[in-house]
Design a protein around this ligand. Sequence first.
Ligand code: NAP
Length: 250
Amino acid sequence: MEFAQLHPPGPPVEPEAVYTGLALEARAPADRPYVVANFVSSSDGKATVHGRSGPLGGSDGDRASFHLLRTQVDAVLAGTETMRIENYGRLARDTRFEEIRVAEGREQQPLGVLISRSGRIPFGIRLFADRGSRVAVYAPAGTAVPVECEADVLLHELPDDSGGDLPGVVGSLRRDHGVRSLLLEGGPLLFGAMLAAGLVDELFLTLAPAIAGGAERGVTAGAALPEALELELVWALQRGGHLFLRYVRR
Ligand SMILES: NC(=O)c1ccc[n+]([C@@H]2O[C@H](COP(=O)([O-])OP(=O)(O)OC[C@H]3O[C@@H](n4cnc5c(N)ncnc54)[C@H](OP(=O)(O)O)[C@@H]3O)[C@@H](O)[C@H]2O)c1
């Protein structure tokens, strides 16, 4: 499988040639991880079709970029709704992805990260039933991990009045778990909150050749930004009708 390279122009490339060796951690500031977001969007900027991202992200190119990006980071953060609706499981899905991680000096599996201000943690998802997974959970005092949970769960208390305290959480990921690169996989509410907190450094965006319509959720939601966040296009790849864009914050 190959991507056409539109910008900068170049010969066709295989996914592993572009989505590995990114060395994202080298860009991390001292007090938090370098944060990259990955989204698939319809051509009208929506994140879902009938409430799920699957119909937009079903192409082989999107699957390859999605899974390879997970090999490039120390930890993967997703909103509790996304984890619940998409029933998240083990993050590095097969041995090839684990091999890439280890060859580039990372743990076999990325650390999974959840944040919940309400304490409604989706403990029923496959990730918590996976013995080989590690998950950092940031939740209010009194949140208990069910006994049937097989994953290694590292529970952190969110202070009562923190409102989610995203800077505190990403700081803790660096300090307490040595996380230098963090992949944010959505959803729109958590992405909006991370943007508003100034905590997103890059965006990997797959643009699908489809219109989802007005009833669907946009790629960002929630908090307003004081002004548009300006981005610089790093690359544009194409496969079939899909565009694969990498942007860095100016
Ligand atoms: N197209 C794509 O690439 C893509 C990617 C991901 C998801 N999706 C889709 O997006 C939908 C889910 O997204 P969503 O926006 O509804 O939910 P979400 O962002 O996945 O999760 C929102 C939850 O995160 C928790 N949270 C913790 N700290 C927060 C903070 N500071 N600000 C906001 N939320 C915080 C909240 O739980 P508490 O109230 O407990 O704090 C909140 O309910 C699904 O349909 C999924 O399929 C699409």
